[in-house]
Design a protein. Structure first.
Length: 218
């Protein structure tokens, strides 16, 4: 069989599994108090994206050569960045569950659609999420293209079929992930502050109105 077909076959199967698990178990959606229409999670989507891409190349190499390859350090670090991102996001979400107004948490908002959900924070579509998504897509497509080319190169060492990722590109991915996590940890806290400020303003207005409603004397 053409080695390219190995890769696409595994990619389609793994993608179908992810989509099926998302439909049945909300694999790509945030933990939420909602029963339906939960928001899609950028961190979960990123981890699924790279898991499917890398595992497709890994399995295709095994099917072609019947040997388990060693993934490069760059690929392992990239999967580590994706895992660290989802762990940090989960810790942030769990820490906000104990707040009295946890029903106002960002992850408890009703989802709109896949693209808007992963690109949006409390203020709508955000530039840091857009940057992270674009770089993930660009590097991911490069990884797919290079892996397919390497599968069709007969004299290439087996451990080099899944391409390595340069330190600068890893640094870029790490900065994007770190920015996402840092801003995510403040989303619910800033929402709570705004709600408290609005409540205080409403109380102050009510107090002033009551003071102005003094009945006339005599």
């Amino acid at each position: 069989m053409d080695p390219t077909k190995y890769y696409w076959f595994v990619l389609v199967i793994l993608s179908a599994i992810v989509l099926l698990f998302n439909i049945k178990y909300d694999l790509l959606r945030d933990d939420s108090i909602l029963d339906t229409k939960k928001t899609y999670s950028y961190a979960r989507t990123q981890l699924a994206w790279w898991t499917v891409i890398v595992l497709s190349g890994f399995v295709a190499t095994i099917l072609k050569y019947n040997v388990i390859p060693d993934l490069s350090d760059g690929v392992v670090y990239l999967l580590g960045i994706s895992s660290a991102t989802i762990i940090s996001a989960r810790i942030s979400d769990n820490s906000d569950k104990d707040r009295k107004d946890s029903d106002q948490n960002i992850q408890n908002a009703r989802g709109k659609n896949f693209l808007l959900d992963i690109l949006s924070d409390k203020n709508g579509v955000s530039i840091h999420r857009l940057q992270a998504v674009l770089f993930n897509i660009a590097i991911g497509f490069w990884f797919i293209k290079t892996t397919i080319q390497n599968l069709n190169t007969h004299d290439l060492y087996i451990n080099y079929i899944c391409p390595d990722i340069s330190p600068n590109n890893l640094l870029l991915m790490g900065i994007s992930a770190g920015t996402y996590v840092a801003l995510k940890t403040s989303e619910n806290k800033s929402s709570a502050t705004n709600n408290n400020n609005n409540a205080d303003t409403a109380k102050s207005d009510n107090h002033e109105n009551k003071g102005n409603d003094i009945p006339p004397v005599g």
